[in-house]
Design a protein around this ligand. Structure first.
Ligand SMILES: NC(=O)CCC(=O)C(=O)O
Length: 274
């Protein structure tokens, strides 16, 4: 659960990570924007300069300290990041030695308008990241996306082509699209690419300005839901077995059967702007 009290959010995340590690977790995934309310008003207020050291970024300092102390890998959800006068929605990945292994800035900003249901324009305050992020960790090769990034299959395909075993998407889907799309998209990304997909959402708070759908989930390479939860705060723990990736890919060899001679992913926007 996320509140307007940043210190409390950091302390709360710390104890949840400790709890998960004490139950055997070797990899911990946190939600999107876990140190701040999810709102354009809050992002500038709660933002941290991640590259400027522990004092400037108490949220990531805590993640680094805990990953080293507990010897676990942490995919640290996301926090608002201030860098070079710009704000980003940023996920930091820490290795078992506490070192920052990767930083993913949300590539696709959540700008949608479904009248009467949900309007959110992240680009009012945030700048989009410019690079896909794939990272080698002690618990496998992980591709990172943040929430709305999951809607773009090309990103997941790139990660799969680069040998990812697992895709991690911290996310905070909403009450309109969440029921229809959240699980569907995770299962689609996992099935298309025959790999694991893990998501982590903030718990639902009906009193907040943005109400999250919740339902953090782990999906396996056959599109099967291996673990999930409802919308209240919870820690879910599940086993990931990478040895079945090869088996799934042998059983159902879609990668080898792809007809690259007939179709390829083309960036139409870039083509049209040339
Ligand atoms: N924070 C987000 O990117 C939300 C994405 C979302 O709700 C969607 O429908 O997509």
């Amino acid at each position: 659960s996320v509140t307007p009290d940043k210190d409390r959010n950091i302390a709360h995340a710390r104890s949840a990570i400790q709890d998960a590690a004490s139950k055997g977790a070797q990899l911990v995934l946190l939600p999107e924007i876990w140190n701040s309310p999810y709102s354009n008003d809050s992002f500038p207020v709660y933002a941290e300069d991640i590259d400027a050291g522990a004092d400037a970024s108490p949220s990531t300092a805590m993640l680094s300290e805990l990953s080293r102390f507990l010897k676990i890998t942490i995919v640290g959800g996301s926090i608002p990041e201030l860098s070079g006068g710009r704000l980003y929605n940023t996920c930091c990945v820490f290795g078992t030695d506490g070192k920052l292994l990767a930083k993913h800035r949300k590539i696709h900003l959540f700008d949608i308008d479904i009248p009467g249901k949900i309007t959110f324009i992240e680009s009012k305050t945030l700048t989009a990241g410019e690079t896909p992020t794939i990272v080698d960790t002690e618990v496998g090769r992980i591709g990172i996306g943040i929430c709305y990034d999951i809607r773009f299959p090309e990103l997941a395909m790139i990660y799969a082509a680069r040998g990812a075993h697992l895709l991690c998407y911290p996310g905070a889907f909403n009450m309109t699209t969440g029921p229809l799309h959240w699980e569907l998209l995770q299962r689609a990304r996992a099935t298309d690419n025959q790999l694991y997909v893990a998501t982590c959402s903030p718990a639902r708070d009906t009193g907040s300005g943005y109400v999250a759908w919740g339902h953090s989930t782990l999906v396996g390479p056959f599109g099967e839901v291996l673990a999930t939860t409802e919308h209240d705060e919870a820690i879910i723990i599940a086993e990931i077995d990478y040895s079945i990736l090869e088996q799934r890919r042998t059983n159902l060899p879609v990668t080898k059967q792809r007809r690259g001679d007939l179709y390829q992913v083309v960036d139409f926007q870039r083509l049209n702007s040339q």
